[in-house]
Design a binder for this molecule. Structure first.
Ligand code: CUA
Length: 125
């Protein structure tokens, strides 16, 4: 996927219904929940790069278009199975506490390209 296509995909993903501020839970702090739909299929995540602002909570909605996959965010305890196609979606919420790059990868052996199945969440200040 070239850069322009990636940018378009990200905009589409993040604008519906992402970046819609939810009600502030604490006075003076605007909390945001960004919903990101990710399709997993041999052997990639689409999109495989997501950018958010620090302080936001990401709700990953993950779905497979073929077999079982995994979704692990390195450096966290998040490690879930994405059920095979037709078995529904899973939702994983994550609130990064610092800016930086959080790599994620498939954590369930899914075939020859399993090791190449990864992506990154970029958290910007
Ligand atoms: Cu997908 Cu391993």
């Amino acid at each position: 996927m070239n850069k322009a296509t990636l940018a378009t995909a990200l905009v589409l993903t993040v604008t519906t219904p992402g970046l819609r501020p939810s009600s502030p839970a604490r006075a003076g702090v605007q909390e945001q929940k960004v919903t990101v739909h990710i399709l997993a299929e041999r052997f990639r995540f689409s999109p495989d790069e997501i950018r958010i602002r620090r302080g936001a909570t990401v709700a990953f909605v993950l779905e497979s278009d073929d077999t079982d996959h995994g979704f692990r965010i390195l450096g966290t305890e998040i490690d879930r199975v994405i059920p095979k196609r037709g078995q529904g979606t899973i939702e994983v919420t994550f609130t990064p506490d610092r800016a930086g790059r959080y790599s994620f990868e498939c954590s369930k052996l899914c075939g020859a390209g399993h090791d190449f199945m990864h992506g990154v969440l970029v958290v910007e200040d």
